[in-house]
Structures are given as structure tokens and as C-alpha cells.
Design a protein around this ligand. Sequence first.
Ligand code: UD1
Ligand code: UDP
Length: 375
Amino acid sequence: MKKKNLIVFGTRPEAIKMAPLVKAFQKQHEHFETKVCITAQHREMLDQVLSFFEITPDYDLDLMKPNQNLYGLTADIITGLKPVLEDFHPDYVYVHGDTTTTMATSLAAFYAGAKVCHVEAGLRTHNMKSPFPEEMNRCVTGVVSEIHFAPTTTSRDNLVAENKSQESILVTGNTVIDALEFSVNKVKSESYKDHEVEKLKELLDTSRRLVLVTGHRRENHGQGFINICKALRQLAEDNADIEIVYPVHLNPNVQKPVYDLLGDIPNIKLIAPLSYPAFVWLMDQSYLIITDSGGVQEEAPSLGKPVLVMRDTTERPEAVDAGTVKLVGTDATLIVSEANKLLADERAYKEMSKLHNPYGDGKACIRIVDHISKN
Ligand code: UD1
Ligand code: UDP
């Protein structure tokens, strides 16, 4: 009898990090029946990823609403998954990371009696308000999961400290590195043409150093984003030789302050969210990255790019410890002074530009599939 897998995700980063797992299980179709369910907590930003990885979901809950709230979204995911779980009866349900999709799906799968498998398990800041609500989401998911796929030994140790049994945890590396390798290989192939990259080449002023920015965290909405925009404006004014490129997240709480406060500055280019390969290409072109994203903190060290993180806490301490990622919070003065230091001081810049792979070796999905084969 084939084991039945249901892989569920809803947002851009979950899709990027689960896509290689979908591919890895689909290759083993003689042993597994694998179906994909998307909650579509995100819509356009999710569809961009599905299209690049050529994944057609078996179930699409199509839940995204403009400016959605956590109450409605959580309820809609749980009730939306009931018929899917009753139709497919999966043995294993795979969730990723720390979004509302992750937490609500893990609860629904637990109600259905499936084994919940948590990919990217064990990340913790130990501060329930930062990131909000993600720290709670991953703790709840950890409680109902039977198998924890931890990306690093640090995340394994966090789970052990919460009394999860050693046998329920496997250190795999982060699947984001599998995704990054897939992307780089696909982009290199003869037949691949990326119109977004071609458009970016026309847009970029190659005589200036590229500072790439992303930001979206809920705890930064409001004053945090006003501070971030002030800092970016100041940086652009201080450094005529840089160009800031910011693919702006579609959340209206991000779009509004960013376009209102930064829409009129000649060396700041605000653009729509990019497809994954185009964003990876842009990271590779950049001199410095300023972000509050989780995934970008994991990818940038593999490309040797220094990162300033606009958050007070991080659940990804490995690159901070290695000195290639630095936390700067959302204090405008600190963001400007740290960025200016890297732009002016070559030695400080070189120290932060080490190429290293603390988050994985590109084989995380193979380890997960092997583990489930033996389970
Ligand atoms: C969500 C996750 C966050 C994750 C982030 C990745 C939660 C609570 N938040 O935050 O953990 O880091 O995704 O990007 O799970 N929108 C669109 N089109 C899209 C996507 C979003 O228009 O493709 C707009 C919609 O108005 C939507 C809003 O953004 O209602 C917010 O989306 P939501 O998923 O609730 O929050 P994010 O800030 O994207
Ligand atoms: N990303 C992308 N297009 C963009 C910006 C980011 O494909 O325009 C990718 C990025 O490479 C990373 C992921 O999206 O893999 C990060 O997503 P996000 O910052 O939305 O969420 P987080 O990782 O913070 O949960």
C-alpha cells in the first residue's frame, strides 16, 4: 500500500520551501501517493512560485481576501481543509514554518488523525510578540506535530529543550537551499528565458551599487514602516552612488506607506514582487541587502551577500553568529548608520561578505523522503 501524503502551503515563502519536497515525493510515486493543497492565503505571490516550479495543486482553497485578518483567515483554513482531509484521508500532512496556514493546517490535520510533519521545525525567538504571530504559530504546530524536520542543530536543541523526544526530530538542513539550487540550475538551462530578468537589466543603473530591500512583518506595520522608509530616504540622499531597489510586498499595510513615503526619490526604485528566479538574480547583483524577511536571511549567506535585518529578534542566529547578518531593528538612525558604515568602509563590508551555508546543503528533501520511507 502506498503511503498517502498531503502537502499543504499558502504563502510565497512556504511555497518556495515546499516546492522541492513536492518534487522529491512525486519522483517516488511508486511508494507514495502525494497530493498538494494550497490554502491560497497568498494569491498572486503564491501563483508566481507555482508557475516557476511547475506545480499544479490538487486542491485550491482560494482563501485570500484583501487586507485579511487573522481571525477570519484562521477559521477559513480550518473549515476549508475539512472536506480535503475527508476526501483524501492522508497518512501524513506536511506543513512548513510559521504562517497562519501552517498553524491552522496542523490543527485540522490533527483533528483528522493524520500524522503532522513539521518542515522547518524548532525555530524560536522565545518572544511570543516577535515575530508576531509567527512565534506562536510554530510553537502550536510543534505541539501537534509527530515528526519535526529541524533545519539546524540549533533548531533541534530548541525542540529538545521543549521535551520533544529525540526520535521525533531529524536534522535535515533547510529546504530553501534545495529550492535555491533548483532555481539556479533551471535558470542556467539553455531553454530558459526570464523576461523579468531582462526587464530588470533595463531598469537597473549599473553605474551605481545596488541596495536590495524587502519588508513586510506585521510587528513592523505602522510606525515601524514609517521609520524604515525614513531610513531608506536618508540613505538614498546620503549616497548618490547607490540605487535602492525594493520589490514591495502586496500587503496594503506595506504598499501604502512605502509608495507614499518613497515614491518620489530618483535613486529608489519601487517595483512589484518578483518571481523567485528573478529575485535570486537580483540578490546576486546586489551590494547589500536590507530586509525583515526570514527566507532572505537564509539565502543571502549562500550568495555571500551581507544582510542588515530590520527586526529586534531573529530565530535564525546561525548567520548572525557567523557575522554575515546583523540585526538593526526599525530604528531609522541605526539602519542608516549601519548601512552607511558598510557602504563607506571596505574592510567592514568584506568582513560581512563571507560565502557560507549555515542553513543547508541542498539535500534536505532527500532526507525527509528517506525518513518517511522508513517510518
Ligand atoms: C504572511 C504570513 C507571514 C509571512 C508572509 C510572507 C501570517 C500571519 N503571515 O504575511 O508569516 O512571513 O506571509 O510573505 O501567516 N496580498 C495580496 N496578494 C498576495 C499576497 C498578499 O494582495 O499574493 C495582500 C492581501 O491584501 C492580503 C494581505 O496582503 O490580505 C496580507 O496577506 P497575509 O498572508 O495575511 O499576510 P502577510 O503580511 O502576507
Ligand atoms: N522573494 C521572491 N520575490 C520577491 C521577494 C522575495 O521570490 O520579490 C522570495 C525570497 O527569495 C525568499 C522568500 O521570497 O525565498 C521570502 O518571502 P517573504 O520575505 O515574503 O517571507 P518570509 O521569508 O519572511 O516568511
